[in-house]
Design a protein around this ligand. Structure first.
Ligand code: ISJ
Length: 437
């Protein structure tokens, strides 16, 4: 939708809706971590899955499209209005049961991409030994809850691979992007800004139409510790949790400071040790942690901000990581309101935020759309999980052979453009891997 359009566009049912959650006898995540994703249909799958747990969904009961500065607030208002039309029967009562909305929001509120909430018709979730199905239907629809056998038939159509992929430059050539990074370093050294995160895109064209389930399955299998998401054409596996809010406790996993892995365990351990002492990476990380801690603290009675980061090992890269936690002050802001307050963090924008965002608008030459924005889900009680939409690609709604892959990195005074370009290549690897096979 048009980012300047302040009022949300909502496609919602005219009458009352019944949301019904019942237990489901799914195979254990330990024996079959792929089960949730295996249920998905090829058409517009919704997913938020990590290590076999999470929620997947399909069908569209309602859709809300927002844009501009109030994108989160408008989405939340629409969700609250929709909930008033619902009768909820929840026999399971766990995070993710009852009605949920999946959402994804643009990094820059001025982006024409805007944000979307999708309220699915069927949700299947799992959390450890607990599994459930939620259906959302118009009140006069008296179809019984689907059985496991019926659910398994939804995703029965074979997953197709995209075949050979051709990659071409995105909005800038790699050489032009190096100049942008050099420009940013010069401005940082001049004192215009402390840190700015610069991103680039790469276009991919596939021989066969993209089946998002192919991407999701490969991402979930290789990047099991990340959140594998699919919302409204944005697909990826993010290691970075903007915020999870659950029963009054909030957590944000902050990542900033990165080194590529070598594939050799001993060499990687040496790199991890180097990363945790690198003043350039620690500086980048500190900006990101303080931006999250500052944004969370007005909502919390207490927060815990560890003094030193740990090193998060992913298959492609190592990151400096800090889990910031807090106790929500009553009555408790919703997870979407928290995402609104937190986004964009300095991990994907810079410090100070407003100056960094203006600099990105001026020199990056990229519409990030929903890359690096918030992506996740929201429940009826406001709890939910929102990741930062990294290690991701946007599927072209007009052409199922086309995608845009994105990656970026934090630039500080000590950054070297060639190293930053190499870092973006390392961060593009998950989506390139997803498209393979
Ligand atoms: C911007 C990205 O990653 C972010 C930037 C990082 C960095 O600069 O070290 C690390 C993790 C993310 O917060 C990306 O993956 O595209």
């Amino acid at each position: 939708m048009n980012a300047n359009q302040p009022t949300p566009v909502a496609h919602v049912p005219a009458g009352r809706v019944v949301a019904r959650t019942t237990p489901l006898d799914l195979p254990d995540a330990a024996t079959d971590p792929g089960t949730l994703l295996d249920l998905l249909p090829a058409e517009s799958p919704l997913s938020w899955v990590r290590r076999g747990d999470g929620i997947v969904a399909w069908g569209e009961l309602a859709r809300v499209e927002v844009g501009g500065d109030g994108q989160f607030a408008h989405a939340e208002q629409a969700w609250t209005r929709l909930l008033r039309t619902m009768t909820v029967h929840d026999d399971v009562r766990a995070p993710g049961t009852g009605p949920v909305a999946f959402g994804s929001f643009s990094f820059d509120p001025a982006s024409p991409a805007g944000g979307t909430l999708v309220v699915p018709r069927v949700v299947v979730g799992r959390r450890g030994p607990l599994a459930w199905v939620t259906t959302l239907a118009e009140e006069d629809d008296d179809a019984p809850q689907p059985t496991l056998a019926e659910l398994l038939r939804v995703g029965a159509a074979p997953v197709t691979s995209p075949g050979p992929v051709t990659y071409t430059d995105g909005s800038l050539t790699p050489e032009a992007w190096l100049d942008v990074v050099a420009d940013a370093v010069a401005r940082i050294r001049d004192g215009a800004v402390d840190k700015v995160v610069l991103a680039r895109d790469v276009r991919a064209r596939t021989a066969r139409p993209v089946d998002p389930r192919h991407l999701l399955a490969r991402l979930a299998e290789r990047f099991a510790g990340c959140w594998t998401f699919s919302v409204d054409g944005l697909v990826g596996a993010t290691p970075e949790l903007l915020v999870r809010s659950e029963k009054g406790l909030v957590i944000s996993r902050v990542l900033a400071g990165t080194v590529r892995r070598t594939g050799d365990d001993d060499a990687d351990l040496a790199r991890a040790a180097h990363l945790s002492h690198s003043s350039k990476d620690l500086e980048e990380h500190e900006y990101a942690v303080s931006s999250v801690a500052q944004a969370l603290s007005p909502f919390c009675t207490s927060t815990n901000v560890p003094e030193t980061p740990f090193v998060l090992h992913l298959p492609n890269v190592l990151h400096l990581a800090t889990d910031v936690t807090g106790v929500l002050a009553p009555p408790g802001a919703s997870s979407l309101a928290l995402a609104d307050a937190l986004a964009p963090t300095a991990a994907v924008c810079g410090t100070p935020t407003a100056v960094a965002r203006d600099l990105i608008r001026e020199i990056e030459h990229l519409d990030r759309a929903r890359y690096a924005g918030a992506v996740g889900w929201l429940g009826a009680d406001g709890d939910g999980e929102w990741g930062i939409g990294l290690r991701s690609a946007e599927l072209d709604p007009e052409d199922p052979h086309e995608l845009r892959l994105f990656a970026g990195c934090g630039i500080v005074a000590a950054s070297v453009p060639d190293d930053e370009l190499a870092e973006t290549e390392a961060k593009l690897e998950p989506m390139r891997y997803a498209l393979d096979g």
